[in-house]
Design a protein around this ligand. Sequence first.
Ligand code: BES
Ligand code: MG
Ligand code: ZN
Length: 444
Amino acid sequence: MKKNIIKILFSEKEIKKKVKNFSQISFPSNFIFKENEVIYVCLNQISDLNKLQKNFFLFQIGIKLQNFCRKGTYIIKYFGDKSLNEVNFCLGWEVGKYSFDKYKTTERNNNVATLISPFKGQIKKEKEVFFFVRDLINTPANFLGPNKIYEMGRVFLKKSFSSKKISGSELKKKFPLIHAVGKAASKEKMPILCELKSKNTKSKKKIVIIGKGVTFDTGGLNLKTGSGMALMKKDMGGAANCIGLANLIQTSKIDVNITLLLPLVENSVSRDSFRPSDIFKSRDGRFVEIGDTDAEGRLILADAISYACESKPDMIIDMATLTGASRVALGIEVPSFFCNNDQLSMELIEASQETGDPIWQLPLWENYLDQLNSNHADVKNIGNSIFGGAITAALFLKEFVKNQIPWVHVDLMAWSKPNKFSSYEGGEAMGIRALKKLIEKKFA
Ligand code: BES
Ligand code: MG
Ligand code: ZN
């Protein structure tokens, strides 16, 4: 079998040595070009970037390379900075093969190039997680209600997790906010809280991972506009990513007890919809006034966080497509995170840099907490200012975190748009490689 060579070069010196006609090439756009059957990837253009961005680009370039090569078998010769996360090329390469064509009846082009990778096992696992997360987010809400996510999650986590779900009158009594948000949906899309717990572990360390699972966000009675609603099948992207994260941990050597909590609802419009100005007693006893039915994610997370705290875990992580404001601040590729523990924040930042999986800290700025004051209840679910919406959402969640349990809240887009490396548009795994690394640092 013929193996084609891909040479990855970092410095101009190396490039001049390896590429014969260096002086004649006008510098390759998107870093990649071919000369005499060898593919060159010239990364001198990113040599000034920091570690996070370099590692991020390695992943993007992996996607682009697969697309550039199309067919055949390849090996990589890496002439570069060994402190970088080389695996990212190979992972990008595999992820670049993804397409969502379950609902396309026309045939598609199956040309795929093979990369002989030294990181085979790791790549295979991570690729599976990427594909699962993307598939789940891309599946539209007419095929994917709360129960379906629960089933898909259970199957994906196989036998190493025990599972239970709470619904109906029990949900209404024990998780009133989750019930309030989801009660307008049709019968087969009724709200549930699903709880998956890792089995077969001797570890005493416990992490609770909570994912926002709004299978569709119409905004409720505070109805979104057409364009605001267009992407809202992805509002369960937090839940999808959390299932992915649980899988990454389960298939690694990290021995830790995982509880996965997924509040799964459709934020729908019907005569049973919750209303602006309604007041609900939350699980922890505090009364919450609804300022806006479109701020539903923080409501379902609040009850799940209260429940998580009752078991006194060592750490709580939640992931949610929570605010447009976080996207305004950081764009779609960089999830924001909030954390009540400075040491943990630093470790997550490091984990992000090492993996090249971007995530950026925003402050839990307590002085904005007053914006959530309610006239008639203990707290309101929206702030009274147009500024700092990602922060006030995070502060709302923080109100439900007890005893300073170390807590990380991730506000993510869970969706990719085409860029110069990839033409893919759709659901996306974000932040989970960084979070897995964090958990490895703390608990392995
Ligand atoms: N799911 C949305 C947030 C969202 C919108 C994430 C677009 C990513 C892209 C969330 O439920 C929402 O509607 N948030 C509102 C909150 C507002 C009513 C306080 C928002 O961000 O506009
Ligand atoms: Mg909403
Ligand atoms: Zn939402």
